[in-house]
Write a protein that binds this ligand. Structure first.
Ligand SMILES: *Cc1c(COP(=O)(O)O)cnc(C)c1O
Length: 396
């Protein structure tokens, strides 16, 4: 079907979109309304950790949808209990609350920390967050985010989120008062431009928060579920946070998130937290299927190997075209372009023929790569060849 036959103006305009409509996806590939194929390095924004429509997910959806869709959040269901059990077995956390998105998981983390502050810290409620951090698009999570301009966008903000600088422990310490209940950060700032918190910073944050008796909250919506080569990003630095949030990868493409905490922090009582769809068996059944793949022996090792390969090859491209190197953790990486040519590269790559390449430029001087974690070396090579062609055009 021609693009002009789609009445896209019945949608709210929230972002400029190219004039194509995607109709099918398989693994690292997407197909549009004209039958053109694209090698996809967005994967639903680091969501499709096993690629588009993997059999393990479609099988789980079909099987569960024939058994039970939604008994109500007032009752237990099998997949909800099973996935919570497995997440606690694979992490340092003891309790899980399921959500439908990352923002909702973070909103829950903020509520949990404030409740804990009421019970244990004289009503302390401030959560120190970071400049350029991203925690979602609800009012509280936008306020917790450090995106330039967001403090004015839907003013007034939810108060209580002073901002520190990532990888600068003194900037955090300077903000701690008797109102502080915790510190929240992404182990790798994703939307901010793929900026990893250093191992030393994460360890210093753990020591500092322990010293002051406040909570360490990690937003692993983007860095969790194998993305960094460890199952969770906090494991890179060998620390144990008090609260963690997950979304994106945990559903492999379906809306699923989670709020996890240590037993000592699990202070919600009936009435504090809930939601109609939270912990429904259809989505948690998918979470079980995804986690099973990620924890198959050898899977995370292969993520680490491919991450090293991608990092080495991006550095070679950078040297060849006089760019500024690359950074990231695991299969969440960014190429530092040196010039504001990101949007131009994204467009030229998408328009390549006969197949296009889908890339993301979170900042104009940066390209971000978030392939499926089961991407093959051949699919990495094909992307690198296509990117090299585009760079030859754009850089000449
Ligand atoms: C995407 C993202 C969110 C928001 O998740 P949604 O599912 O879009 O609400 C929050 N935090 C981080 C780190 C993210 O990358």
């Amino acid at each position: 079907m021609e693009f002009s036959q789609y009445n896209v103006n019945s949608l709210m305009y929230i972002t400029p979109r190219p004039e194509i409509v995607f109709t099918e996806g398989s693994g690292m590939w997407l197909t549009d309304n004209n039958g053109k194929r694209y090698l996809d390095y967005l994967q639903g924004w680091a969501v499709n950790c096993l690629g588009h429509s993997p059999a393990v997910i479609t099988d789980a959806l079909i099987a569960q949808s024939k058994k039970l869709l939604n008994p109500s959040p007032a009752f237990y269901n099998g997949p909800m209990v099973e996935l919570a059990t497995q997440l606690t077995q694979h992490s340092c956390f003891d309790r899980v609350f399921f959500t439908n998105s990352g923002a909702e998981a973070n909103e829950g983390a903020i509520k949990l920390a404030r409740k804990w502050g009421q019970l244990n810290k004289n009503g302390a409620f401030e959560i120190i967050t970071f400049d350029h951090g991203f925690h979602g698009r609800t009012l509280a999570t936008m306020s917790a985010s450090g995106k330039p301009g967001w403090d004015k966008l839907f003013a007034p903000q939810v108060s209580g989120f002073p901002k520190a600088d990532l990888n600068d422990i003194a900037s955090v310490e300077a903000l701690i008062t008797d109102k502080t209940v915790g510190v929240m950060l992404e182990p790798v700032q994703g939307e901010g431009g793929v900026i990893p918190a250093t191992r030393e910073f994460m360890q210093a944050l753990r020591a500092l928060t322990k010293k002051h008796g406040i909570l360490l909250i990690v937003d692993e919506v983007q860095s969790g579920m194998g993305r960094t080569g460890e199952l969770f990003g906090y494991q890179l630095s060998g620390i144990e946070p008090d609260i963690m949030t997950l979304a994106k990868g945990i559903g492999g493409g379906v809306p699923l998130g989670a709020l996890l905490c240590k037993e000592a922090v699990a202070c919600f009582v009936p009435g504090d937290q809930g939601g109609t769809y939270n912990g429904g068996p259809l989505m948690t059944a998918v979470g079980i299927a995804v986690l099973k793949e990620l924890t198959t022996p050898g899977f995370l090792d292969s993520v680490k190997e491919k991450a090293q390969y991608l990092s080495d090859e991006l550095n070679k491209l950078s040297a060849e075209f006089g760019m500024q190197g690359e950074r990231g953790e695991g299969l969440l990486r960014a190429l530092k372009l040196g010039d504001n040519i990101g949007p131009q590269i994204v467009e030229a790559a998408r328009n390549m023929e006969p197949v296009g390449l889908l890339l993301n430029s979170p900042r104009p001087d940066l390209l971000r790569f978030m392939p499926a974690l089961n991407v093959t070396k051949e699919e990495l090579d094909q992307m690198l060849r296509m990117l090299r062609e585009v760079l030859k055009q754009v850089k000449k």
